[in-house]
Design a protein around this ligand. Sequence first.
Ligand SMILES: [Zn+2]
Length: 129
Amino acid sequence: MPTYDYRCCNCQERFEIFISYEDYGKKDVACPACHSENVQRRIGKIRLAKSEDRRIEDMVDPSQLDGLEDDPKALGRLMRKMGAELGEDAGPEFDEVVSRLEKGQSPEDIERELPDIGEGVNNTGDGMD
Ligand SMILES: [Zn+2]
């Protein structure tokens, strides 16, 4: 079962949870410290997909979001499109992650190989909340 790294937006607690691929995106994730559900996944790109749901729905069929965890190339394409459409200052990490996704690397592998990405995203992404 995959492990997902999260950070609580309420108390800044960092925690890992185990979610099956089937449950990912369906299950509510709550902070173990304060039980807030205002949490973000630390890879950030997935968080972008979550936090911009409404805008994404204008761009893509929401059903396309299903199974993206299992399809890095599709996720990469979607993220590149989102990055362009949203005009966010995503930074060089965004391009790096998107290129890796487009090559078929899984988000988990990218996170392992680029351990600083979560930090960088947290530092630059707070304005989006
Ligand atoms: Zn918390």
